[in-house]
Structure formats: C-alpha cells, structure tokens
Ligand binder design. Structure first.
Ligand SMILES: NC(=O)c1ccc[n+]([C@@H]2O[C@H](COP(=O)([O-])OP(=O)(O)OC[C@H]3O[C@@H](n4cnc5c(N)ncnc54)[C@H](OP(=O)(O)O)[C@@H]3O)[C@@H](O)[C@H]2O)c1
Length: 235
C-alpha cells in the first residue's frame, strides 16, 4: 500500500507503540485519526500530528468499539488502513490467577480487537485496504507465567489468520503483527503479577520501522525468529 494521502485509523494511539506508529504513518503522508482511552495523551499526540482528529473509546464496551471505527470512517470519509495497537498484560502462575483478570485480559486483547476489526472490514472492503493488529510473539511461543496473556494473543492471531483467508478474494489485506518484548512500560502497567525473567528487549524503533514496511509491502505477519534473533516479515 502506498501510504501518501491514505486514511488511517490508529486504535491505541495513546500507547507507546500506537503513538510511535501514528508519528511514522503521519510522516509518510497519511491522513490520520487517533483513538485511545486517555484523552490527554491523545490530545498531545494530535498536537504533534498537526491537529489530527481523535476520539476516546473503552475497549471493554463493544458498542464503543463499533462507534469509534464508524466515527473515524465518517471523519476521514473512508478508511484505507486500520491499525489496532491496544492491549494489556498480566503475569503469574495459572493456579493463582483470578478469573476476573482472565476475563479482562481476554476481553481487551482478543474480543475488543476482533470487534474493532469486524467494524472496520466493510470500510476496508470498499477501499481495498489493510487491517493490521498487534498480537505478540506469545501467539507463537506461549510462555509460562503468562498463560492468559499468551492465550489472549493466540486467540487474536488465529482470528486474524482465518479472516485473512476469508478476505483475500474481497481485496482486504490482513497483517498480524507479533512483536517480541520491548521496553514500552507495558509490563509495569500489567493488570496483575510481576513478569518472569524477560529476554533482552527488542529495539522499539526497529520494530516500528518493520511494521510500517510490512504495511507498505502487504505482509501477512511480522514474527520474531528466536534462533536468528531477528524480526521477519512473512508474505
Ligand atoms: N511492549 C511489548 O513488549 C509488546 C510485545 C508484543 C506485543 N505488544 C502489544 O503491543 C500493543 C501495544 O502495547 P504497548 O507496549 O504500546 O503498551 P501501552 O503503551 O500500554 O499501550 C496500550 C494501549 O492499549 C490501550 N488500552 C488498554 N486498555 C484499554 C481499554 N480498556 N480501552 C481502550 N484502550 C485501552 C491503552 O490506552 P490508554 O493508554 O489510553 O489507556 C494504550 O493505548 C499491545 O497489544 C501489546 O500487547 C507489546
């Protein structure tokens, strides 16, 4: 996808990865709409992006997910790219996990992105656009003391893969972004628990650059190759 003048919705633009991706896509000449939960943070990102339009939503509320996509589509007069960068983490042994935390994690990391994506598909079908969502390396490597977090990301990833197969003939690209651990502070904002020992963090800017390349080149997946210790785009 050529990015110049394309209409882009970034959901989770108030977060670290979402914010950096918003900047990169703006630099590439897209017309950007920002969505997130923290209004102050969205206002700051908007100012940095020449006053990009924005609105807040709550991922736990499926009506709010539908509304934010439709509001962005109306504001930009169509959508060419919808990038979903929302998510939360939780850590700890499975036996000690609380049901409420599991439910919240699955809602924010799997149900909400699925609902957002489903709301976006008709718009993307009209434009022949791209749906991109950040799952995680955990979809490929479910990890001890992150069972619920891994399961939530694997669920999203499976949904994206199946949806890609459905949407291929309807002209919509689906990009599943499965990055490795980075120092964004996500771990410190976890719903519960402390993380097990983490591998050395990947470089955030390199991950962001690779995501934008993947969008431009219509990649199907971004993966992290543990043996070679490098990011890999899959087509
Ligand atoms: N950091 C990593 O190591 C890593 C690795 C692999 C995958 N990922 C994934 O990358 C994505 C972005 O993570 P990040 O590191 O950039 O973390 P982050 O800075 O904490 O960003 C998380 C985003 O999710 C939003 N969010 C969380 N709960 C929400 C809710 N209930 N309603 C609406 N929005 C909500 C936050 O909104 P507000 O800030 O407005 O509340 C924020 O925009 C997540 O899906 C994460 O799982 C991260």
């Amino acid at each position: 996808m050529q990015l110049r003048n394309k209409n882009v919705l970034i959901v989770g633009a108030s977060g670290v990865l979402g914010g950096k991706l918003a900047h990169k896509l703006h630099e590439a000449g897209t017309r950007t709409y920002l969505a997130g939960r923290d209004r102050n943070e969205l206002a700051t990102v908007s100012e940095e992006l020449d006053g990009a339009a924005y609105s807040t939503f709550e991922a736990i509320d499926t009506d709010s997910c539908h509304r934010v996509v439709d509001t962005a589509a109306e504001s930009l007069a169509g959508l060419d790219l919808v990038l979903i960068a929302t998510g939360v983490a939780a850590f700890g042994r499975t036996a000690e996990a609380e049901d409420a935390v599991t439910e919240h994690l699955l809602t924010i990391n799997a149900l909400a992105p699925i609902v957002l994506a489903r709301a976006a598909l008709p718009h993307l079908e009209r434009s022949g656009g791209t749906l991109a969502a950040i799952s995680a390396i955990l979809a490929d490597y479910p990890t001890a003391e992150m069972a619920d977090y891994s399961a939530s990301k694997a669920a999203l990833s499976a949904w994206l893969t199946a949806t890609r197969r459905e949407m291929r003939r309807r002209g919509v690209d689906v990009f599943d972004i499965r990055p490795p651990h980075m120092e964004t502070g996500l771990v410190d904002r976890a719903l519960s628990g402390t993380p097990p020992r983490m591998p050395p963090p990947a470089d955030i800017d390199e991950v962001v650059e690779t995501i934008v390349s993947g969008i431009r080149d219509s990649a199907h997946e971004l993966r992290y190759d543990l043996e070679e210790q490098r990011l890999r785009l899959v087509f």
